[in-house]
Design a protein around this ligand. Sequence first.
Ligand code: ZN
Length: 175
Amino acid sequence: MSGPDAVHRLEDPFAFAHSGSSFRGQLAIADMPRLWDRIASKAGVVTFEVRGRVDQRQRPLLELEIEGTACMRCDRCLGQLEFPLKLASTVLLVQPGALHPEDADDPEAPEWMEVAQLLDLREFVEDEILLGLPYSVRHGDGKCGDWAGGKEIGRKASPFSALAALIEPKQANKD
Ligand SMILES: [Zn+2]
């Protein structure tokens, strides 16, 4: 199962990296609670792909790509704004207790992450989205007025309408 409801984790991220494996999945924004106070709506799903590889020094790396849309609030008019998420990062895997890359006097100083034998991909993706979300967003110049009066801009064309419909029953269960 790889839909938004699947449990995503890597049983052995180091082996995953060394074998050059990849994994593609989907996560609902509603399942990433640390994002909630940064966004205007919990609707939406992101797709992600994690790929393992080793660098020139045979160190295990994970490459993570995330695509989706976050529904944020415009700083100027407080209306909703669809912010496209397109994030890519590469993270060096470090065993707990191992020498951290910056301690090892590594001139390249890659982003690194201490992981044990299990990596929760939901947390990994959530972390990267948290880092990638801007703190302040605004509609384009002159676009804020479209929101005034309570009409939601682009509602018919919004990819969120379909996604929200998919997600709503689940949120109802949680409440
Ligand atoms: Zn606005």
